[in-house]
Design a protein around this ligand. Structure first.
Ligand SMILES: NC(=O)c1ccc[n+]([C@@H]2O[C@H](COP(=O)([O-])OP(=O)(O)OC[C@H]3O[C@@H](n4cnc5c(N)ncnc54)[C@H](OP(=O)(O)O)[C@@H]3O)[C@@H](O)[C@H]2O)c1
Length: 300
C-alpha cells in the first residue's frame, strides 16, 4: 500500500494518479473528506487525517509499506513558520510509531545548507528529523514550483510590469511544475530500492528560467508586452508587510539566498538530479486563461 499525504494537493494528486495508472494500491490521505471524491474515482482508497493530529495520521498510515509525506505551508495561520514545525514534528512522530518500510519526503532546494536561509532551512530541520526515522528514506528536494508566479500574474497582466524579488532579473533559477514533481515521485517509488537507507534526489524543470523569461512567456500568452521589474531590496519589508511576520522572514531570507546564488540549488556532489518535462510557458497557461486560478498561491 502506498499512502500519500496531501493527496488532494498538486504533488500528491499527481503521484496518486501515476501510481494508480501503474496498477498500485494507493491510500489517498486528505484532511477534508469532500476532497476525496476525485481520488476515489482514480481507484484510491481514501483516508481522512490531519497532519497535526499524530493519532489520526498513524491510523491512516499504519499498514502502508510506503508513505509519501509533504510539509505544506499554511500562509494564513498566525505563525506559518511555527505551524510548519508543528506539522513536521507530528509527521515524524507518526512515522516513528508506524515504521513504514519506505518514506518519500518532499523537501526543498537548499535544504542541505546549514546557515539560516529562510524557507529551505525549515526543510533542513525536517530532513534532520527524518534521519531519526527507522525506514528507508528517499528525500526528493524540489525546486521552486512554477505556479508560485500565479500570485503576481494578475498584476503583470493588468499593469504590464511583473514585480519580482529575483535580482538581477536575468538570473536563471531552478523551477519545476508541481505535477512533474508528483510524477517524478511516483517514478522513484516504482523503481527498485537502492541498498542504502537514505537517498537524496533533486528535481527541477527542463531548463532554468529568469524573471525576464517569465515576463516573456506572459507576453506571449497574453499578447501584451510585459517587463520584469526587480523590487528594490529596501522595499521588501513593506512588500511583505501584509504577511504574518514569521512567513515574511522565511521569504525574505530565502530570496536573499537565491539572489546570492549557489545556495538554493542542487547540493554539491549530489547523486541524482531528475528533470521534469513541462516548460514554464505550459505551466503558466492556466493563469492567463483564467486569472481567478491565481487564487491557488502554492507556497507563495
Ligand atoms: N511551492 C514551492 O515552490 C515548493 C518548493 C519546494 C517544495 N515544496 C513542497 O511541496 C509540497 C507539495 O506542494 P503542493 O503543490 O502539492 O501543495 P498544495 O497543492 O498546496 O497541497 C498541499 C496539500 O496538503 C494538505 N494539507 C495542508 N494542511 C494539512 C493538514 N494540516 N493536514 C492534512 N493535510 C493538509 C492540503 O489539503 P487541502 O487540500 O485540504 O488544503 C493539500 O492536499 C509542499 O508541501 C511544499 O512543502 C513547495
Amino acid at each position: 500500500m502506498f499512502a500519500i499525504i496531501g493527496a488532494s494537493g498538486n504533488v500528491g494528486r499527481s503521484t496518486s494518479s501515476a501510481l494508480r495508472q501503474a496498477g498500485m494500491p494507493v491510500r489517498a490521505i486528505v484532511r477534508d473528506s469532500a476532497k476525496g471524491a476525485p481520488l476515489r474515482e482514480l481507484g484510491c482508497e481514501v483516508a481522512v487525517a490531519d497532519l497535526q493530529n499524530p493519532a489520526s495520521l498513524e491510523k491512516a498510515i499504519c499498514d502502508a509499506d510506503t508513505v509519501q509525506v509533504i510539509l505544506p505551508l499554511r500562509p494564513l495561520v498566525k505563525d506559518p513558520a511555527g505551524d510548519l514545525s508543528l506539522s513536521g514534528t507530528s509527521i515524524i512522530h507518526a512515522l516513528r510509531q508506524t515504521r513504514p518500510s519506505r518514506v518519500l519526503a518532499i523537501s526543498d532546494y537548499g535544504a542541505h545548507v546549514s546557515e539560516n536561509i529562510g524557507m529551505p532551512s525549515i526543510f533542513h530541520e525536517f530532513e534532520s528529523l527524518l534521519h531519526t526515522v527507522e525506514s528507508y528514506k528517499l528525500i526528493l528536494r524540489s525546486a521552486e514550483h512554477m505556479h508560485n508566479w500565479g500570485r503576481v500574474i494578475p498584476v503583470a497582466l493588468s499593469s504590464g510590469t511583473l514585480p519580482t524579488f529575483q535580482d538581477p532579473i536575468e538570473m536563471v533559477l531552478p523551477t519545476i511544475s508541481a505535477q512533474d514533481l508528483g510524477l517524478i515521485a511516483a517514478r522513484l517509488l516504482l523503481r527498485p530500492q537502492s541498498g542504502s537507507d537514505l537517498d537524496i534526489v533533486h528535481a527541477e524543470g527542463p531548463r532554468r528560467y529568469s524573471a525576464s523569461d517569465v515576463a516573456t512567456a506572459l507576453s506571449e500568452l497574453s499578447g501584451r508586452t510585459i517587463h520584469a521589474h526587480a523590487v528594490p531590496r529596501s522595499q521588501w519589508k513593506s512588500a511583505f508587510e501584509q504577511l504574518p511576520t514569521s512567513l515574511a522572514d522565511l521569504l525574505i531570507k530565502a530570496n536573499d539566498a537565491k539572489n546570492k546564488g549557489g545556495l538554493v540549488d542542487v547540493e554539491p556532489n549530489a547523486d541524482e538530479v531528475i528533470y521534469g518535462t513541462t516548460e514554464l510557458i505550459e505551466a503558466l497557461k492556466r493563469f492567463t486563461n483564467s486569472p481567478h486560478n491565481s487564487q491557488n498561491l502554492g507556497r507563495l
